[in-house]
Ligand binder design. Sequence first.
Ligand code: ASP
Length: 439
Amino acid sequence: MVKVVKFGGSSLASAEQFMKVGKIIRAEESRRFVVPSAPGKRFPEDIKVTDMLYKCYEEAEAGKNFDKLLKTIKERYNEIIKGLSLKLSLDERFETIKKQFAAEAGIDYAASRGEYLNGIVMANYLGYEFIDAATVISFDKEGNFDSEKTNELMGQRLKNVKNAVVPGFYGAMPNGQIKTFSRGGSDVTGSIVARAIKADVYENWTDVSGFLVADPRIVKNPRTINVITYKELRELSYMGASVLHESATFPVRKEGIPINIRNTNKPEDIGTMIVEATCNMPDCVITGIAGKKGFVSISIDKDMMNSEIGFGRKVLQVFEDNVISFEHMPSGIDTMTVFVHQDEFVEKEQKVLAALHRAVEPDTVELEADLALIAVVGRGMKNNSGIAGNIFSALAKSKINIKMIDQGSSELNIIIGVRNKYFEDAIKTIYSVFIPEDK
Ligand code: ASP
């Protein structure tokens, strides 16, 4: 059994957190490859090392004196080193960083130093080999991640290595220049390492015990999702549920490797398993509920629309021409409704209306703003009757008017549109329909 274990910033924010992480890694010999983030927040008002690095580099670029800020960053590492009683000095490395900042080595170089230095500390603490991600994670000269080259490089490099630490978040372009993934990208690095060594599991350790069935800011103490498929996760993440970087599933999916989200502060919790497919069905039929506010619906009416070939294409062309992406498009016999993000639409609304008139000569076009979309997601809904019925009668009982209903033919989700002001109540209502109260 081989596991890749990735630890997020809050799991590595202090010496105390490092000790918890050390205990977790040493508890299982299979935890052979470790991917650390940079130190995150120790308390809510704290600043992540990555953010400090961005700020510090900005000062350097502006020709200001950045010594003080760099010293504060160094102190954060030294506090960890001291707390772990390590015989390690980062003096030389900070000297190099200072020179590179002054020479304007690039914002990505700057940001990546958080993971780089934390990787060195972690390797020293565990007695594992340190492998600089710049030597094993490849970006092409345009700065796009080169997955196949990386897989080859990483696989070769780790083939005969027993234990190693590979810092998250960055790699290098062919000319050696450092390039990072987008924020939260250490999740992606963990997945890349897991794919390259064909790990049995990719454990992603964070500060929550996995994905929750609903947003805890809306539903009190929601249940944890034990098992979720990649597809369900995509639906829920798209609708706003976030724990994992959105690109983190791609590398492991290629090898069918499950991801296990775990909590560093509660290692006894089993967390959430993210898998390709499973016979395990959630006992409550649905897997999760998520949603977003801030949509506008544009309803286009025209008599005999149904027989007008090309009508839909012409309508969507208008949105494409105005660089507005559409989210949903339920249609009736003589109506077609397009849902778009309000913030992408408002500035262009009159332009879009005029363009729609020119393109399809509708009888009327109506707009409704301040709408929310809620996705009820679950592989267990397929071939199960009464799901939609239960949702709608519960919403009716709670006096919540439904503006839109959309169920894809995959039967993996039902999307419901309500007014923004009913958003929270609708989620609470749907949650209570499916999830019995825990004693
Ligand atoms: N340290 C980086 C960030 O704050 C990457 C990561 O933590 O995954 O976004």
